[in-house]
Design a binder for this molecule. Structure first.
Ligand code: NAD
Ligand code: RM4
Length: 253
């Protein structure tokens, strides 16, 4: 029970890593507000799983690329649960595409969802935490792609480096308020975001073969690291980036 009676907010939590993080936090005693974009059934299932754990949950629909969705999400959580202790910025997209003919709208949408969305959401959550006056924890789901490139991800990797950088800068800006800001950097985790990409058996085998722990990741692999960074176990950790990649990044030879 590392998060007993804490209120946790997670963006993009109707599936994948966000849903696993939301449920993981509830398993540790938190009430959870999730933001979701359009998957009503996924959001309802996340809520049901959290409630089955005896915790409270709400789902708030919103597009994180819209600046106004951020204060709306935070406000809804405060109305339901009275406060915000932990904010997990998770929502993201990665429409794999070649570089030379990248459509401007795909590039711009990726930036808006992954980076602008993170900025507005983190800012709204931080303002609420500052108002409350008892600190907090912010965790952003960045990526191994913050550290290495991807030929089909030229629009995506800069957003993930940006999210990592955002946590470094907000760690400084918010440290005086007792708000810790950290990033998790997942490797390759099997979710909807890469279903099509990993349907290519050759690529899948190549990716899995590069991972010292011998398998691709699952959404639940991120839950523990996120709960840890959210909890008082990490009370002196801020501005940090935690790779959760089965060892892929360090596997040079
Ligand atoms: P996913 O597609 O299952 O989850 C992404 C979630 O973000 C979905 O629930 C989706 O609805 C939501 N979302 C997308 N656009 C949104 C918007 N405009 N507003 C609100 N929500 C929106 O994939 P995932 O792998 O669970 O991705 C979660 C995060 O993890 C992303 O930020 C992604 O970049 C990051 N990540 C994933 C991997 C991986 O290998 N799966 C690796 C590194 C980082
Ligand atoms: C991650 C990483 C994974 C990819 C996802 C979409 O950051 O690059 O390999 O599958 O993004």
């Amino acid at each position: 029970m590392l998060l007993k009676d804490k209120v946790v907010l997670v963006t993009g939590a109707s599936g994948g890593i966000g849903k696993a993080a939301a449920i993981g936090c509830a398993q540790h005693g938190a009430d959870v507000a999730i933001n979701y974009h359009s998957d009503e059934a996924g959001a309802a299932d996340a809520i049901a799983q959290i409630e089955a754990l005896g915790r409270r949950a709400i789902a708030v629909k919103g597009d994180v690329a819209e600046a106004a969705s951020a204060p709306a999400f935070v406000q809804a959580a405060v109305e339901a649960f009275g406060k915000v202790d932990v904010f997990v910025n998770n929502a993201g997209i990665c429409p794999f595409h070649t570089f030379l003919d990248m459509p401007a709208e795909v590039m711009e949408r990726t930036m808006r969802v992954n980076l602008h969305g993170a900025y507005y959401m983190v800012q709204a959550a931080a303002n609420q935490m500052v108002k409350q006056g008892h600190g907090g924890a912010i965790i952003a789901v960045s990526s191994i792609s913050a550290l290495v490139g991807g030929g089909m991800q030229t629009h995506y990797t800069p957003t993930k480096a940006g999210v990592n950088s955002l946590m470094q800068s907000t760690a400084i800006a918010l440290g005086p308020y007792g708000i810790r800001c950290n990033a998790v950097l997942p490797g390759t985790i099997e979710t909807a975001i890469n279903k099509e990409d990993l349907a290519d058996q050759k690529k899948r085998d190549y990716m899995a073969g590069r991972i010292p722990l011998g398998r691709l990741g699952e959404p639940d692999d991120l839950a523990g690291p996120i709960v840890f960074l959210a909890s008082d176990l990490a009370k002196y950790v801020t501005g940090a980036a935690l790779l959760v990649d089965g060892g892929a990044f360090v596997n040079l030879q």
